[in-house]
Design a protein around this ligand. Structure first.
Ligand code: BES
Ligand code: ZN
Length: 622
């Protein structure tokens, strides 16, 4: 596979070169070049039924109508195809779609649906000829479509979450990260709502309720996104801005002021931002993630609006994906660390550039703390091999790969190279890596080849122990050390706490949120409810506006039997759907013998959650 990939890439490069030659007889037909590049052999993705080496989509025209009453999207997806010379069929991924009507080049066509699989959905196979140009699929989504969350209200809201393999629940598609295509769309919605996509977006509502979209750069299916709601836009800089509901637009505009500076710093580090516009859409609190890097329009949880711009590292992260992930894309979900590890590394560099090293080191310390504990947990579980950077998720949900390993082990591996080789050398390498592989896929093996050809000598690779980092379980002993005097002080203070301590002398109000989180997480085990009550009375932590601190506080409160905070925990669990917060809190209730309370809260909260959160909590509380 590896050699043939390189071969194909090589071939394409040669073809491209020749296309610029002057001798006309040596010129290859332009469409042929396009075709060869587009057919650049892809490795098999076990999370997609599609067969892109036989017939591949290159453009999507999506025409849709969104119905909030029935919770159904009725749509037609028209795809332009590029086929291999012997192509007989084109295969799409679909899940819970219905009412198909299909044409090939305008003529009604037969089609075949494969067996329904819980995880992958089904294949939709359409017979074609090698010269077939276009297939058009009319269909309807299910009210239970896994990607979509319909939020009720006087002004209802709809948003999608396609990553990793949920795009197929709202658009029939080749749902594999290696298949990229451009798209345009026309979407009809209620007249009092605005529609937005991962594309060139409207700035305000119009009175037809019909909106047009265009994405001229090819993207993989997992970056297809749609949101519909009563949202407004406010610009931040020339290329940046924020969308939010009217009640939140002011606060969001304030919170994300530094976005423009982040973009400038990001470009200084690893090259030009190629997507023109970078906006953030603040979603309802039910959004199951912190952020999602939908091109041109990051989707974000409102839980990062703290009022003091303290949680903007999430924006730096999603912005960084504009290079790592959206430009250079993991080949399959087994290579997820190439998306996320690189992005955490880039995120930390942006944070350092904008807020200083002291600040970013505190973030790095929290990331290392989380990594060490999750690594232990995974090593002690059923799939210890999930602590390897290169995953094998065949037959399992790609979601299983969304752990601190891809994110933070990936980050520390890259940071180790930076530290050992020097920043200058490493930055030059990374910048070239992004440029050389723009709009292409990358897998772990090709990355290692590239690393060895462009950065490391054999001796350096051996010294860094790159094989242990990538293919070994757990955390290598040469993991970088964090240098944060501030956190050392916090640790000492936390360790010194006792039931009779005078907490009013703690520098709580001077601390950055990272120090608060760290302090709460490092308190001696024996401190229980009385100590927590004292902290709460002194600093009113149960009412803090920073959700990262609140989350840590609630988790500690449960483990330390501080039941005064339980109603606050319940309120939080019912109103927030961000899985990173939900899982540890329900788990804490469960582990402290309060599974009944956990289930009671979950019963109330579940109708508000997105399918990806429901899946995890159902499993946890079954
Ligand atoms: N792309 C991810 C979110 C994702 C990954 C969704 C895999 C579905 C499957 C996004 O960039 C992300 O990593 N979000 C993090 C925030 C970040 C600051 C670590 C999150 O939501 O917690
Ligand atoms: Zn990410």
């Amino acid at each position: 596979m590896k050699t043939s990939n390189t071969l194909w890439a090589g071939l394409c490069a040669v073809v491209l070169l020749f296309s610029h030659c002057t001798a006309p007889e040596k010129k290859e037909d332009k469409t042929n070049i396009q075709k060869r590049i587009a057919m650049n052999k892809l490795v098999k993705d076990h999370h997609s039924y599609s067969a892109p080496n036989e017939s591949r989509v290159k453009h999507l025209s999506w025409n849709a109508e969104v119905n909030f009453e029935t919770r159904i999207i009725t749509a037609t997806a028209t795809f332009d195809l590029i086929n291999a010379d012997d192509a007989k069929e084109v295969i799409f991924d679909v899940k819970d779609l219905s009412n198909y009507q299909i044409t090939v080049d305008g003529k009604e066509s037969a089609f075949q649906l494969g067996e329904d699989n819980n995880l992958l959905g089904r294949s939709l196979t359409i017979p074609i000829q090698p010269e077939s140009k276009q297939v058009s699929i009319s269909y309807e989504t299910s009210p239970e479509a896994g990607a979509l969350l319909w939020v009720d209200g006087e002004k209802p809201f709809l948003f999608s979450q396609s990553q990793a393999i949920l795009a197929r629940t709202w658009i029939p598609c080749m749902d594999s990260p290696g298949v990229r295509y451009t798209y345009d769309a026309t979407v009809k919605v209620r007249k009092d709502l605005l529609a937005l996509m991962s594309a060139e977006n409207p700035l305000e509502k119009n009175d037809t309720g019909v909106y047009s979209f265009k994405m001229d750069q090819p993207i993989p299916s997992y970056l297809l996104a749609l949101a519909v709601g009563d949202v407004e836009y406010r610009a931040i800089g020339d290329r940046t801005g924020v969308y939010a509901v009217p009640e939140m637009i002011e606060a969001a505009h304030y919170e994300f002021q530094e976005m423009d500076e982040m973009l400038v710093e990001a470009e200084k580090l690893y090259g030009k931002y190629v997507w023109d516009q970078y906006d953030v859409l603040v979603l309802p609190a039910a959004f199951p993630f912190g952020g999602m890097e939908n091109p041109r329009l990051t989707f974000a949880t409102p839980t990062i609006i703290a009022g003091d711009r303290s949680l903007t590292s999430l924006i730096a992260h999603e912005l960084a994906h504009s290079w790592s992930g959206n430009l250079v894309t993991n080949s399959t979900w087994d290579d997820f660390w190439l998306n996320e590890g690189f992005t955490v590394y880039f995120e930390m560099r942006i944070m350092e550039a904008v807020y200083g090293r002291e600040y970013s080191e505190m973030l790095a310390l929290l990331s290392q703390q989380g990594l060490i504990s999750e690594n232990e947990e995974i090593l002690g579980g059923d799939n210890p091999e999930d602590t390897e950077l290169k995953l094998s998720l065949e037959g399992r949900s790609p979601d299983d790969g969304m752990t601190a390993i891809a994110y933070d082990k990936g980050y520390f591996f890259l940071r180790l190279m930076e530290e050992k080789l020097g920043r200058e050398r490493f930055d030059k390498f990374l910048k070239e890596y992004f440029t050389a592989h723009s709009f292409q896929v990358m897998d772990t093996e090709r990355f290692i080849d590239y690393l060895m050809a462009n950065l490391l000598s054999e001796e350096e690779a051996a010294e860094l122990d790159i094989k242990a980092w990538i293919y070994g379980k757990g955390l290598p002993t040469n993991m970088p050390k964090i240098d944060s005097d501030k956190m050392v002080k916090v640790d000492a203070l936390a360790a010194s706490m006792a039931d009779n301590s005078d907490v009013s002398t703690l520098p709580w109000n001077d601390w950055k949120y990272q120090e608060k989180v760290r302090f709460l997480s490092q308190l001696p085990e024996g401190l229980k409810a009385p100590f927590m009550a004292k902290l709460d009375a002194t600093f009113d932590i149960s009412n803090i506006g920073n959700n990262e601190v609140l989350f840590e506080w609630l988790e500690q409160s449960i483990y330390r039997d501080y039941d005064t905070a339980f109603p606050r925990a319940e309120e939080f669990l019912v109103s927030v759907g961000r899985r990173k917060f939900l899982t540890p809190l329900y788990k804490a209730f469960k582990e402290t013998g309060r599974v009944d309370l956990a289930k009671e809260i979950y019963t109330k909260a579940r109708p508000n959650y997105h399918s990806v959160a429901i899946e995890t909590m159902d499993e946890l509380l079954k």
